[in-house]
Design a protein around this ligand. Structure first.
Ligand code: GDP
Length: 441
């Protein structure tokens, strides 16, 4: 490549302050990061709800909404204004006009939320898989209208929820939407809560990780402020935003795990420094730490850490950061590599078993494995077993083929060593199509 050979031996290694990073984090006012996907039947109100959230939390201007309202009035579709906020952004992204990922972020007092996979996009499945593979939790939007929610639980919604389960997403906020249309009926809300609870339990979700929140996305009731209609005085529970806060998994346990930072971007700069951005998936790090890059096994020192455009002495699991590494030749660093501490580095391997949800027929055949920015060519070596969707028990050993929608344990063999460990979410593609997704075992 055209990268000049750097004299990396000239750079003095920075000194570590030897901080107890977990303590530092606990006594700081750092916001948590959390990402979610939005699922639900077409017309359940997903776009409207997201537009409403962004508006109420002041991440989109009233002016923009007013503009869409006026445009909507002209064609007799005033209520579409909120949904257009999301659809418009999606369209802009599709056309490559704004590559501003921040447009789908909003913040509360405690948390920075990222909406993965903006709804409004009709060709949902590929986005859904990409989003689900990074989601901390999901919002399921249900249309509370008579007859509308039953059909909303079938077909694609059911598939999306199964996919979330397969990728280890355990937490759901069920937004029971359009309750304004049924006079904020508590009977309707209770009936839906019961039915959907049964449905979700059948798909392997635990009751304690599922919250039901009555809302009107269109009118903005119980999103940020409580419900205005006195017909809803029976409801004393939390708002949707409070439920989102409660759904954020605690990172406390993640902080004490070995450091794992997946490399999202690499910038080679002068003076022997390589800048790397990515998300800290587990553990903590601080300036002066020695890091090892897997799979190359090369070491470097952290000279500086940047979080939200500011220099920090440390960073923790859940944060998106950039770090400047010194004393390492960038030739050893690739997108998708994992940064670790040398004492507990992630192992590298070529062969592994995963529990996969199939979107296509699975058979022994060539595939590409994707995890974030990591792409590795390989093959499905063997189909070990078909599994029951909810219990995970073996239904059939060594099936000849796994059918779309089924869950199976498969052995994957890659052409080179990659950093792999149990619990990672991976996506399997073939000829440009996603054919399976799931967790490494
Ligand atoms: P999506 O396909 O799930 O993104 O659904 P949209 O957000 O496009 O909404 C579908 C239709 O339902 C639109 O006409 C919305 O105005 C309407 N809608 C969405 N939320 C509500 C609500 O809370 N109350 C009422 N009455 N209508 C709603």
């Amino acid at each position: 490549s055209g990268v000049a050979k750097l004299d990396i031996s000239d750079v003095p290694p920075p000194k570590s302050k030897g901080l107890d990073v977990v303590k530092e984090f606990e006594s700081s006012s750092s916001k948590r990061n959390a990402s979610f996907v939005v699922v639900g039947h077409v017309d359940a109100g997903k776009s409207t709800l997201m537009g409403r959230l962004l508006m109420e939390l002041k991440f989109v201007e009233e002016r923009t909404i007013a503009k869409y309202r006026r445009q909507g009035e002209k064609i007799g579709k005033q209520s579409f204004a909120l949904a257009w906020v999301m659809d418009q952004r999606q369209e802009e992204r599709d056309r490559g006009v704004t590559i501003d990922i921040a447009t789908n972020n909003f913040e509360t007092e405690k948390t920075k939320f990222t909406i993965l996979d903006a709804p409004g996009h009709r060709d949902f499945v590929p986005n859904m898989i990409a989003g689900a593979s990074q989601a901390d939790f999901a919002i399921l939007v249900i249309d509370a209208n008579t007859g509308a929610y039953e059909k909303g639980l079938k077909g694609q919604t059911r598939e999306h929820i199964l996919l979330l389960r397969s990728l280890g997403v355990q937490r759901l906020v069920v937004a029971v939407n359009k309750l304004d249309m049924v006079g904020w009926s508590s009977e309707r809300f209770d009936e839906i809560t019961q039915e959907v609870t049964g449905f979700l339990q059948g798909l392997g979700f635990h009751e304690r990780y599922v919250a039901f929140i009555p809302i009107s996305g269109l009118e903005g009731d119980n999103i940020v402020r409580p419900i205005e209609d006195s017909a809803a005085s029976w409801y004393t529970g939390s708002t949707l935003v409070d439920a989102l806060e409660a759904a954020v998994p605690s990172t406390a346990a993640d902080l004490r795990k070995p450091l794992r930072m997946a490399i999202f971007e690499v910038f080679r700069s002068q003076q022997g420094t390589t800048t790397i951005s990515g998300r800290v998936d587990a553990g903590t790090l601080q300036v002066g730490d020695v890091l090892v890059v897997q799979p190359s096994g090369e070491n470097g020192f952290i000279r500086s850490i940047v979080v939200d455009n500011e220099n920090h002495d440390w960073a923790v699991a859940g944060q998106h950061i950039s770090i400047a590494l010194v004393n390492i030749d960038p030739i050893h660093i690739k997108l998708g590599d994992i940064l670790c501490h040398p004492a507990d580095a992630i192992p590298c391997g070529e062969s592994f078993v995963m529990k996969a949800m199939a979107f296509n027929h699975l058979m022994p055949s060539p595939i590409d494995l994707h995890r974030g920015r990591l792409h590795a060519a390989g093959q499905i070596q063997s189909l070990l077993a078909s599994l029951d969707k909810t219990t995970g028990e073996v239904i059939k050993k060594k099936p000849k083929v796994v059918h779309p929608g089924d869950i199976a344990r498969v052995r994957i063999k890659l052409g080179a060593k990659v950093p792999l460990e149990a619990g990672q979410r991976v996506v399997i593609r073939s000829e440009g199509e996603t054919i399976a997704a799931g967790l490494l075992e």
